[in-house]
Design a protein. Structure first.
Length: 341
């Protein structure tokens, strides 16, 4: 494929690029920057890559990049489970933070917080091969491979849309709750409450910027070997400026941060003990001329370093959370990335 030859050239020349496949699509798309400069995102068209804390917002701009699209032939891939492999220290450390969060919630400090882990693996990977496995295995996700020599290399298959806007019509989702598909029976009150917090926050963030709103009933969706609880929220937006305001208001949502946002963020910063970087940030397409956007939350992702892989996983904590169950949820989520390595 010409697009993969172009990826190899960009890597050899240390030039930025992004490969992506939209959910349920069979077209492999690439944007290949002509130089290695950093472009801060201020609204120009291209592929946006933003950090969790929203302090770093970059773009591979359309106007100074080559664009290539090719149909991709998909292979049927069986889901494979990887044996869980973690240290007791890792488990205890995360469970202690979860218990601390539960205590804070029960005291009334905040309603929900999303806690995460960074799993480090000594491993060197073939970027193209690994990405193609990812594309094959998770056809319903937004799959991407982002590379910039000065920003980093990230790969992921996210099930969560931040916002989609076309012809002034927008769509976003409230996604929370996680179960193994194989053992799922029904949602608990804890999971229903967790997802409702996300929905309520999104609706509150939207109403000042939109002309109309329509909200679906919550329903169960599959993402690889997992299931989640999802609500679709749609409506009409005034302008591209309102879209920018919506993103500013939404990010980070309670699905990746917590609620109320400021108190949850403070707890995360004081207790997680590492920098999330671009994990739980957002990424995707922005077109200023057409006033359109197709942005996703950067979940189910990994960061590729020289001889190391960092896998990022998290889970929502409420007053009913069980620390061991929450740790095992992060392990199940990590299987998505471990299974492609």
């Amino acid at each position: 494929m010409a697009i993969l030859s172009k990826v190899k050239m960009q890597l050899e020349q240390n030039l930025p690029f992004v490969l992506y496949v939209l959910p349920n699509q069979t077209k492999l798309c690439g944007l290949f920057q002509k130089d290695n400069s950093i472009h801060d995102f201020i609204g120009q068209s291209g592929f946006v890559f933003a950090s969790f804390d929203d302090n770093k917002k970059y773009v591979i701009p359309s106007e100074s990049s080559y664009s290539i699209e090719e149909e991709f032939s998909f292979d049927a891939v069986n889901q494979s489970e990887v044996l869980m492999n973690y240290s007791e220290n890792e488990k205890k450390h995360f469970e202690d933070i979860v218990q601390k969060a539960v205590n804070s919630i029960q005291k009334g400090d905040f309603e929900k917080v999303v806690l995460s882990r960074k799993i480090e693996m000594e491993k060197k990977v073939d970027l193209i091969e690994t990405f193609l496995r990812l594309v094959n295995r998770y056809p319903t996700a937004f799959r991407s491979l982002f590379y910039h020599p000065q920003i980093g290399c990230w790969m992921g298959a996210t099930p969560e849309q931040l916002i989609k806007v076309e012809n002034n019509h927008f769509e976003t989702v409230s996604l929370a709750g996680t179960h193994q598909k194989s053992s799922f029976e029904k949602w608990s009150s804890k999971e229903i409450q967790e997802q409702q917090i996300v929905t309520d926050y999104i609706l509150d963030s939207l109403h000042r910027e939109v002309l109309s709103l329509k909200v679906s009933e919550p329903f169960t969706v599959e993402a690889g070997s997992l299931v989640h609880l999802k609500t679709i929220i749609t409506g009409d937006v005034h302008s591209i400026e309102n879209t920018k305001n919506i993103i500013q208001n939404l990010h980070p949502t309670p699905a990746v941060c917590g609620f109320p946002k400021e108190k949850a963020l403070q707890f995360i910063n004081e207790n997680e003990g590492y920098d999330r970087k671009f994990y739980a940030g957002y990424l995707g397409l922005w077109n200023e001329q057409e006033a359109s956007a197709n942005l996703f939350v950067n979940l189910r992702c990994l960061e590729v370093e020289e001889n190391k892989i960092n896998i990022y996983v998290g889970c929502g904590i409420t007053g009913e959370s069980n620390p061991e169950k929450e740790f095992l949820e992060t392990e199940h989520k990590s299987q998505i990335m471990k299974s492609i390595l």
